[in-house]
Design a protein around this ligand. Structure first.
Ligand code: HEM
Length: 366
């Protein structure tokens, strides 16, 4: 293979880290030319102009899981879809779901000995089922649908038309008679509700799963942070160190110039929350786990320098839902003992960033 494609497919994080140390904007020779930046100025330009930097033709189009719905729409259609979807994903709309999430999380709290990635995948799948469908989609079907996202490349990229059709049928059946208080009840009747929900499940599953596994691991290693009040700062620090959405891409719609780089129309333009979050100019001692960065008395967050959920009008639709699920799943881990046994939390990039794992932990009964 030529250029950077070999390293990109095998292990892109060291490649990105090396190049980022040489320049704030750099080129990658993949199957097509890509240009990557990670400084706030770059993020603001690329994420702030939806007409110049478009989703069509970007990396999400490579996987059937993400090549639909709002994820792959461009302006003006994109903004119209978000206008309709956003209100249902705000904190105040989700408030009605919190009790249901806590119940599910308590039922699937980690056992005495557990592997964090396995536990997290199970509880997140059940939380998504509860939030969207009141638990009405068969767990086995949801599992078959979501599991390929965890498998190594090229699994997440392969088309699965029959499986997707079955999932769509179940989503449609719930939308026809949705349990009150669920996201299905809120979204029923919206255009393309089935596709939007299917894509949201895929976008929300392994991202939340991997963040949860890292958060449990870090909490076990730092008992002083295991309090309900500290949880938001812990989550922000986990999302900074390990942004599941480690790379995002757009395609330049016209010739543009950003941060001194000339970008011809049609170029793949990448931004990287991973690189931004580990830039020592923005985050002192960036590799250290320090939730105090995010406490009320900590320093201000750098503008366009903290983007675990991206930023601008394409910011993650499910950011509040993700935080609600993470909070619910972690609350049972705040009481009693929780310890790391053995594991490898090193970030490894696939479709999303994940801990290399396994992450073996114990939570002895009190
Ligand atoms: C910790 C968990 C999560 C993380 C780290 C995360 C991260 C992200 C990021 C970085 C983007 C922007 C991608 C891009 O620029 O191309 C995004 C978009 C999106 N996310 Fe999330 N996400 C999470 C959970 C969720 C959940 C639970 C949902 C379920 C509703 C969801 C639904 C979406 C959707 C629909 C988009 C596309 C938004 C648009 O293009 O307008 N995400 N997410």
């Amino acid at each position: 293979m030529i250029g950077d494609l070999w390293r990109w497919t095998r292990d892109p994080i060291p490649l990105l880290t090396e190049r980022a140390a040489t320049a704030p904007v750099f080129e990658l020779r993949l199957w097509r030319r890509g240009i990557v930046g990670y400084r706030p100025e770059w993020n603001r330009a690329v994420l702030g102009d939806l007409a110049a930097f478009r989703a069509a033709g970007s990396l999400s189009g490579l996987t059937p899981y993400l090549s639909g719905g709002v994820v792959h729409a461009d302006v003006p259609e994109h903004d119209e879809r978000r206008r309709v979807l956003n209100p249902h994903f705000h904190n105040r709309s989700l408030a009605a779901l919190l009790g249901r999430l806590d119940e599910v999380a308590a039922r699937y709290a980690p056992p005495a000995e557990f592997e964090a990635l396995e536990w997290a995948a199970d509880v997140v799948r059940r939380l998504l089922n509860a939030a969207f469908f009141g638990g009405r989609v068969p767990d086995r079907l949801l599992r078959s649908f979501l599991v390929p996202l965890h498998r190594p490349m090229p699994h997440p990229l392969l088309p699965r038309p029959r499986l997707f059709r079955r999932v769509d049928e179940h989503i449609a059946a719930v939308l026809a008679d949705p349990p009150p208080g669920t996201l299905a009840a809120a979204l029923t009747g919206l255009p393309d509700a089935v596709e939007e929900i299917r894509v949201a499940l895929a976008a929300g599953y392994d991202t939340t799963t991997h963040s949860l596994a890292w958060a449990a691991w870090q909490l076990a290693g730092a008992p002083e942070w295991r309090t309900p009040d500290a949880l938001p700062a812990v989550l922000d620090e986990v999302l900074r160190l390990y942004p599941a959405g480690w790379i995002g891409s757009r395609v330049a719609a016209a010739d543009v110039s950003v941060a001194g780089a000339d970008i011809p129309a049609g170029t793949l333009v990448l931004y990287s929350p991973y690189l931004t979050h580990r830039d020592p100019e923005l985050w002192p001692d960036p590799g250290a786990f320090r939730p105090e960065r995010f406490t009320a008395t900590g320093p201000a967050r750098p503008a366009w320098g903290f983007l675990p959920f991206s930023a601008g009008r394409r910011t993650c639709l499910g950011a509040h839902l993700a935080r609600a699920m993470l909070g619910a799943a972690l609350r049972p881990c705040l009481t009693g003992r929780l310890s790391q046994v053995s594991g490898d939390p090193t970030p490894q990039a696939g479709l999303t960033l994940r801990p290399r794992g396994p992450l073996r932990m114990i939570r002895p009964p009190r």
